[in-house]
Design a protein around this ligand. Sequence first.
Ligand code: CU
Ligand code: ZN
Length: 489
Amino acid sequence: MATLFRCDLVIRNALVFDGTGAPRRLADVAVAGDRIIAVGDCSATAGWVEIDAAGKALAPGFIDAHAHDDRAVLCGPECLHCKLSQGVTTVVVGNCGISLSPLVRDTRPPAPLDLLGDASHWRYDSFAEYAEDFSRHGSAVNAIAFIGHTTLRAREMGDAELGRTATEAEAARMKDRLAEALRQGAWGLSTGLWYPPANAATTDEVIAIAEALTEAGGLYATHMRDEGDAILEAIDEACAIGRAARVPVVISHFKCIQPQNWGRSVETLARVDEAAKHQRVAFDVYPYPASSTVLLPEKLRDDVRVVVTWSVPHPEMQGRDLDDIARAWGCTRREAAVRLLPAGAITFQMSEEDVRRILAHPRAMIGSDGLPHDSFPHPRLWGTFPRVLGRYAREERLFSLEEAVRKMTGLTAETFGIPDRGVIRPGAFADLVLFDPATVIDEATFEEPTRPAAGIEQVWVNGEAVYRYGEGPTGARPGRLLKNPKARA
Ligand code: CU
Ligand code: ZN
């Protein structure tokens, strides 16, 4: 009998979705070390670990295009159960202007920075220190990290001054800080111009800082200034910043908020398509008609439902409707909201029709925008990826399963420029997810938001098993903080 070639892992008879959108095909996949070494007929190869994947789908590990896991990636595999159980193997952190570095605090940071935690978690004076901590702790998933504009402002301007535009000198210092972080491996700049106090920043302030991206080749990701009435102007502003810095733009959690804007995704998608003729512009989306962030009393409206996700003074109110709380307290919604601060909330302010239209757009990447430290989180934290696969691809046939996988793998890796990930081919990193295409579905709901998905069977990161259905995270920490390809260090 001929000698067999030995490698670490062979997954046999899988329906391979390679991440490019190409039709599924029956194949074996062989892995040695952290890389895929063969795809096809591997009958002459034996693995130290052999998996029979008959009837199951094998895809590149999913890339969460929009996450707030800056801190979750540092606190052990259990903190990432919500991601691993969806098949996510790489997260994009530092979004919406909010990054854990470079900022050191001895007091609670102003909202929305406190989405990532109270004073005790802000201890990285540079991106290099954050990266060092990442390697010291090890993570179950890979990450790429943006630097938040709001973080830079808190660092260079001081809390009392955040409500105004930065001076030229302050913007220059933020640009230098960003440049330093990019040299150390950060992937780009993110803004959250919708949020007070960062909404005091002018377009020129952002451009002045974003110029650091030009040389480093970083991306500009933005929670736009407006996702409601003035959304077209906000898209134009995002594109103008991208053109000025000559870098690709990623519009975060693309949506149309507030009832009077429902249906406008026809216009907004057309605006992005028009811009994309002249510059690189992309967007991510999560598959739910409700948003979630810090509770901002000044943004409340009477015609949309609000559910509290956490509250520092009133933790007993998590999961409750703001209307019920106001009734119980005998006050207005706004007064109730003020009493709950600091707090977080889910807002039911989008239409399903817009969500579906945006999801189906060929440019749409899937990003969860999950908030891992919320005590009663939006279900997107645990459900986003299996919901797209099970509900929108399989059940509703909004697009093929091949296309669903592309939106969470190949397209995302290409948009962000992540080398050798998001595809199944020889030479690519062995970030893989094995799932049952007939049963995969989200189980997390607005009522029970932390239930793991069904049908995600096994997950590997850099060739190591990180998750098994029914058992949870394996405890392995093979994840890496990926450095922007032009980083010097
Ligand atoms: Cu976000
Ligand atoms: Zn955001």
